[in-house]
Design a protein around this ligand. Structure first.
Ligand code: NAP
Length: 315
């Protein structure tokens, strides 16, 4: 039987890359990956081709390129790239373009990598956190949640995937342990004693693959994934054990985090506050048990650290 093609947006990146590797790593699974990239001759794109994926050009800002890239596919993995441009409006336009292309191609299963529209919990009138860019509380969450309607409006056969905080943020996103004035290493998060769902990025793709493997079962459903739910203190303790140096958890109020001044600090300050203030809903939507059912190789934080601690930049 012909293999079902999954068109993967962001294939050279974290979420999409994990999915391409999961599909290509299971040659008897009945699927083949079509990796979408803006540059088929990049090293990462060539690597995906070597793994057996079909590699095609597409840009999520260009709906016609998406229509071509989705043509003949069974399904698609759709993700947007907020941190490349910091524009919620552009993110929504990209989601709309992917939904339209999926409709045009008559896809039988779309996974939309979304997040909560936090305004359903914290209306703009609620001043516990500032309104940003005029109409958002957490722009990079709200835009994804608002964009869900592009998929439902077109009656697409969609699974809405809620991802979690990447543990890779400790490697690449400047969130790793840093030395304070006392010379001690600490991670800084405005989470109080509340738990933060986290995941290894490679596991996002593997869970997405598990969703495609279940056929119709999860269409129309929202699936939240996480490797573990951990407090800042628990993550600091694990980080310390893994690197062989004590790491403290530096809990700061969200307003302090928002004032750190790096690009996106206000957005992230509001995001962590949302996760802190609505811990039960946020964690409740992301079951590690169900994630493990989708992806039996799901890593715990300690397992992820065992593989990655040597890559943590210590400043
Ligand atoms: N960091 C976290 O903790 C976290 C947690 C949950 C969700 N998220 C969300 O994850 C999303 C990003 O996903 P990711 O981490 O998988 O991204 P990523 O690793 O940054 O990968 C981005 C890839 O997408 C491609 N890309 C960028 N702009 C494109 C465009 N206009 N058209 C087509 N492809 C484009 C690029 O590939 P080419 O250069 O090959 O085209 C790039 O390799 C963000 O929206 C973020 O909010 C992040």
């Amino acid at each position: 039987m012909a293999k079902k093609i999954i068109a993967v947006v962001g294939a050279t990146g974290a979420q999409g890359g994990g999915l391409v590797r999961a599909i290509q790593g299971d040659p008897d699974g009945g699927f083949i990956a079509r990796a979408l990239t803006r540059n088929v001759s990049s090293d990462k794109a060539k690597e995906l081709a070597q793994q057996g994926a079909e590699v095609v050009t597409a840009d999520v800002d260009d709906v016609e390129s998406l229509k071509r890239a989705f043509e003949g596919a069974y399904g698609a993995y759709c993700v947007t790239f907020f941190w490349d441009h910091f524009s919620p409006e552009r993110e929504m336009a990209q989601a709309k373009a992917m939904a339209e292309a999926a409709r045009h191609a008559g896809l039988q299963h779309v996974i939309w990598s979304t997040l909560e529209d936090t305004r359903q919990w914290v209306p703009l009138s609620d001043d516990r956190m500032p309104t940003l860019m005029g109409k958002y509380k957490v722009p990079h969450f709200d835009a994804k949640g608002e964009a869900n309607h592009f998929f439902t409006d077109l009656d697409l056969l969609t699974t809405f995937l809620l991802t979690s905080f990447y543990w890779e943020n400790f490697l690449h996103f400047g969130m790793g342990p840093k030395k304070g004035p006392d010379g001690e290493l600490a991670i800084t998060l405005p989470m109080g004693e509340k738990k933060l769902p986290g995941i290894a990025t490679e596991d996002i793709g593997k869970c997405a693959y598990g969703i495609f493997q279940r056929g119709q079962e999860l269409i129309g459903k929202t699936v939240g994934i996480a490797g573990e739910h951990l407090t800042g203190a628990q993550m600091a303790a694990s980080l310390g054990k893994a690197i062989g140096q004590q790491v403290r958890y530096h809990d700061v109020p969200p307003e302090v985090y928002r004032s750190f001044g790096f690009p996106g600090a206000e957005d992230l300050g509001n995001m962590f506050q949302f996760k802190r203030d609505f811990e039960a809903d946020f964690c409740g939507a992301r079951s590690p048990d169900f994630s493990r059912a989708l992806n039996p190789q799901l890593q715990t934080f300690d397992e992820w650290l065992a593989r990655n601690a040597n890559r943590i930049p210590l400043e």
